[in-house]
Design a protein. Sequence first.
Length: 94
Amino acid sequence: MKLRYTIEGQGEKIVLIHGWAKNASIKSLQNLQKELAVLGYQAINLELPGFGESPQAPSDWGIAEFSQYVTDQIRKLIGNDNYYLFGHSFGGSI
């Protein structure tokens, strides 16, 4: 599965994960991402599988599967760098 994401700004990294809603996508947290970039963070906005324009997960996923997917994708994007994690609604459960 190809991960959809956007990155804005430079500085300490903060990863944003949107909630679970019919229209949830990386667009859900775009304004927050822009504000964090202005404040000196590198904001990485991830789109979960099955939301927005991202392909569906290969099966019915629960929190454990989404959590593993997000962890794997963050490591691919930023390696072992430290980062903050912000999740809105369902994204907070991950």
